[in-house]
Design a protein around this ligand. Structure first.
Ligand SMILES: NC(=O)c1ccc[n+]([C@@H]2O[C@H](COP(=O)([O-])OP(=O)(O)OC[C@H]3O[C@@H](n4cnc5c(N)ncnc54)[C@H](O)[C@@H]3O)[C@@H](O)[C@H]2O)c1
Length: 398
């Protein structure tokens, strides 16, 4: 059984590797230059096949790795395969709770990493408040943070750290390529896989029309859905309107929804008052980083009966008689019900991570401490690598 699980994880990683030419190029250089020789990298990023290829790349550069994923998105077979790689320890499981996830983050940090690659700022959060990890503020060479939500948390909620944290999400490359195009397509894929329902003709209310939301809106429109945009920012609503989407205040939008998708990066974007407005048989899903975008404690408190009707869909019968379908327990639908963003897209995103960590390893504490964007020359290099792989050297260009 265990052997089978490991084999399945390796097969997934092989498929991803075969479609990640940018990572291959970086791995070849890292294998010669060994920028991470003698260093340990602590990682919190969705443990799935593309992350597996990235871990191989970092180990080729000499790194030892301690890695964990996020609740609901870990592919257990990939975690098993990673644990078989020399120099790699993987924690985490698909069915873990958020508290268990934090324990896995603690396990990552207890290896006293020299660099961290964070997602949602969970590793930073522990370093900020837990005594056993406080010493890392003085020893870490630097950190990366992958996502929008982590960027918000680092800038709005956390004290300064003594090292540099580079926010991958600040780059146009990540926001446009991954958030808009990657999340746009993978959320539609996740919705379809989870439900096996037709999107054509459905009214989908999208809460949040930022980089991710605008991509989701475009792809849903392509599938024939009627997209209604809800956003707290008037300028963003204007943009959605000019793009040809209907945009309504939430009290007008929610009662007409067949499907609601949250993708704001904020807690309770679908709160108790809004849940009361949903029509019978409405399906709700989240694509934002944390499952807290939907007020799940309130929803579950309203439920008199919950039935698992498909692998990723629960039907909740509420006290007032309505039935609400919750997808993937409110976890990011594209990762929980699907395989996350397309492989090629993550090839670019993980290249940004790799080259950023390389610079942090080489220059570490000589770099300005605090939360910064990735350097412009790194972004330009990654964009050039992507153009070479996807356009200039793509088979169709030959
Ligand atoms: N599922 C994935 O694979 C994936 C990938 C990248 C990012 N993310 C996550 O998706 C979320 C959104 O990221 P983004 O890059 O699109 O962010 P963004 O900042 O570009 O957009 C967020 C939008 O939500 C709006 N908003 C904020 N609070 C709101 C509220 N209460 N109600 C309605 N609208 C509200 C904002 O005005 C903004 O337009 C984040 O949590 C991010 O971490 C998920």
């Amino acid at each position: 059984m265990r052997e089978e699980t490991i084999r399945s994880g390796r097969t997934r990683i092989e498929w991803a590797r075969a479609h990640m030419p940018i990572m291959e190029r970086i791995r070849a250089r890292f294998a010669v230059e060994r920028p991470f020789e003698g260093l340990t990298i602590g990682i919190c990023l969705h443990v799935e096949a593309k992350t597996g290829v990235w871990v191989e790349t970092l180990t080729a550069g000499g790194a030892k790795i301690r890695v964990t994923g996020s609740p609901g998105s870990t592919q257990d077979d990939v975690a098993a395969a990673l644990n078989e790689m020399p120099g790699v320890v993987a924690f985490g499981a698909r069915r873990e709770t958020y508290e268990e996830h934090l324990d896995h983050c603690r396990a990552v940090l207890s290896g006293r990493p020299d660099l961290i690659a964070d997602n949602g700022a969970d590793l930073h959060g522990l370093i900020a408040v837990e005594v056993p990890f406080a010493g890392l503020k003085g020893t870490l060479r630097g950190a990366t943070e992958e996502t929008t939500t982590g960027g918000y948390r680092l800038r709005e909620e956390m004290p300064p750290f003594g090292f540099a944290t580079w926010v991958i999400n600040d780059t146009r490359a990540k926001r446009v390529v991954e958030n808009r195009y990657g999340v746009g397509s993978s959320v539609v894929d996740g919705l379809m896989r989870a439900t096996n329902l037709m999107l054509h003709g459905k009214t989908v209310v999208l809460i949040g029309y930022g980089y991710c939301g605008s991509g989701v809106a475009q792809r849903l429109r392509g599938m024939g859905a009627h997209v209604v945009v809800v956003d707290t920012d008037p300028m963003t609503r204007l943009e959605a309107h000019l793009e040809g989407f209907r945009t309504l205040p939430f009290d007008h939008a929610l009662p007409i929804a067949d499907i609601v998708v949250t993708v704001t990066g904020r807690t309770n974007a679908l709160d108790a008052r809004m849940l009361a407005l949903l029509p019978d048989n409405c399906l709700i899903a989240n694509a934002g980083h944390f499952a807290t975008e939907i007020d799940l404690p309130h929803l579950r408190a309203l439920a008199v009966e919950t039935v698992q009707v498909r692998e990723h869909v629960e039907a909740l019968r509420l006290q007032d008689g309505r039935r609400i379908y919750l997808v993937a327990k409110g976890n990011l639908i594209n990762l929980a019900a699907g395989d996350g963003n397309p492989i090629e897209i993550m090839d670019l995103g993980l290249a940004l991570q790799s080259l950023s960590l390389e610079q942090l390893a080489r220059h570490g504490r000589a770099l300005p401490a605090g939360v910064h964007s990735v350097r412009a020359d790194i972004e330009a290099e990654v964009a050039a690598l992507a153009v070479r792989a996807w356009v200039d050297e793509a088979p169709a260009a030959a």
